[in-house]
Design a protein around this ligand. Structure first.
Ligand SMILES: *Cc1c(COP(=O)(O)O)cnc(C)c1O
Length: 238
């Protein structure tokens, strides 16, 4: 990450302005959309920058990377897991993350509940929904969301804050828009049916944050616009 803190401030200010504009177009208060700084692949300094700027939480998509980075920073910032989580890493994730956004199976729910119980904490979670029906994406299918939520609400060591989704990669902006509107509709239906607010709608990234905010996002997860392009994954030598 070749980014000075001064440069980071400019980037973060620009994202904040984009949030404010999208909110104003949607007739929403700008305070209703939180900015999660996605620090994956970036060094611990990225989390330090975010904290210094006043961002509440950073997002990581791999457990091990997040655990290591957190141990390398003393920044007063919360850590949220946004990437796929396997049940065998649930205990590690429950210990080191402040919220897990990627809960997408009954097995994972049970493992997280058990781990949180052993840690004596009530772990906040979001349920990840494959609201764009994308075979390349994780998340429970919308028709299975009620069953997953019912199980989650029965876990005494978990607290369900809301839903999360990742839109399919598509050159057509209508695809992301439809995905976000679908998540919002799913949330509204579940909230009524189960009598629980499910306040958090974690949706929108660098490329599609405006559509997500228009559809009611309460948290956008932004990496590239804050820290620049991530280095491409190294291909193994052949
Ligand atoms: C990487 C990632 C983001 C951030 O993506 P950018 O396009 O860099 O803003 C958001 N959400 C998830 C789940 C991610 O893995």
């Amino acid at each position: 990450m070749n980014l000075s803190y001064e440069e980071f401030i400019k980037r973060a200010d620009a994202v904040k302005a984009r949030i404010a504009q999208a909110c104003s177009r949607a007739g929403r208060a700008a305070g209703g959309v939180e900015l999660l700084a996605v620090t994956k692949t970036h060094p611990a300094a990225a989390a330090e920058y975010a904290a210094r700027y006043g961002i509440r939480a950073v997002g990581e998509n791999r457990v091990q990377e997040g655990v290591e980075k957190r141990s390398q920073t003393r920044a007063a910032v919360a850590w949220e897991l946004i990437g796929h989580l396997q049940s065998n890493k649930a205990a590690l994730a429950a210990r080191h993350f402040d919220r897990i956004q990627s809960v997408d199976s009954l097995k994972l729910l049970a493992a997280l509940d058990r781990a949180a119980g052993e840690l004596g904490k009530r772990l906040p979670i979001l349920l990840q929904i494959n609201a764009g029906h994308d075979p390349a994406k994780f998340g429970v299918e919308p028709e299975d969301a009620p069953g997953l939520l019912e199980a989650a609400l029965g876990k005494t060591n978990l607290r369900v804050d809301g839903l999360m989704t990742v839109a399919p990669l598509s050159p057509d902006p209508a695809v992301a828009r439809a995905t976000f509107e679908n998540l919002r509709t799913i949330r509204d239906g579940l909230a009524t049916r189960f009598g629980t607010p499910l306040r958090e709608l974690s949706m929108g990234m660098t490329g599609d944050m405006d559509a997500a905010i228009a559809a009611g996002s309460t948290m956008i997860r932004v990496g590239t616009a804050l820290f620049g392009e991530r280095a491409p994954l190294q291909k193994p030598e052949t």
